[in-house]
Design a protein. Structure first.
Length: 159
C-alpha cells in the first residue's frame, strides 16, 4: 500500500485534533514551569505569520505568546510552533511556484534574538535576501545571521 506524500499546503491545512490545550508535561516543566501549553493548529501559526506587514518583524516566541493568550494557556508549545512555521514557509514557497502572489511572508518571522531560520526554503541566504529587499540590515555573527535592531521593527501580534 503506497501513501501519497502530502504537499506542504496539505500539511498546513491538516489540523488533526489541534489546537489543543493540555498540562505542561513533567519533562518540559524544568524549562517551562507548570501550567498549560497550547499545541496550535498549523493554520493558526500561518495566520499570525501572515499578519506581519512589510518593514515589520516578529519571532517564533512572539507567535507562541500570541497563541498562549488566544487559548488562555500558560505557554505556546515551542516544538510544534517551530515546526509549523517551517511548514507555513514551505507551503508559501509551493504557492509561489504555482504563480500565487499572496503568500505568507515567512521571512519576517525570526528566531529568538532576531536570528534568521536556516530551515526556511533556500536557507539563510534566501531569507537574508528577502529581508534586505524590504530594507532590513542583516549582520553575520559567527555562522549565524541576525537582523540588526530587529526589536525596533517588532510587530505586535496581540493588538
Amino acid at each position: 500500500m503506497s501513501h501519497k506524500k502530502l504537499s506542504w499546503q496539505e500539511k498546513l491545512s491538516n489540523s488533526r485534533d489541534f489546537p489543543r490545550v493540555e498540562q505542561i508535561p513533567p519533562r518540559m516543566s524544568k524549562t517551562w514551569g507548570t501550567g498549560t501549553l497550547v499545541i496550535p493548529a498549523p493554520f493558526e501559526v500561518d495566520q499570525l505569520m501572515r499578519r506581519v506587514p512589510i518593514g515589520k518583524l516578529t519571532t517564533i516566541n512572539d507567535i507562541r505568546a500570541a497563541l498562549a493568550k488566544r487559548h488562555n494557556a500558560t505557554i505556546g508549545c515551542p516544538l510544534t510552533t517551530g515546526i509549523f512555521t517551517i511548514i507555513a514557509a514551505r507551503a508559501a514557497e509551493e504557492q509561489k511556484q504555482q504563480g500565487k502572489t499572496d503568500i505568507t511572508p515567512y521571512w519576517r518571522t525570526l528566531k529568538t534574538g532576531g536570528f534568521l531560520n536556516e530551515k526556511y526554503p533556500g536557507g539563510l541566504e534566501a531569507q537574508k535576501h528577502l529581508l534586505e529587499q524590504e530594507g532590513h540590515v542583516v549582520c553575520q555573527q559567527g555562522k549565524r545571521f541576525h537582523v540588526k535592531d530587529y526589536f525596533k521593527t517588532k510587530f505586535m501580534l496581540n493588538q
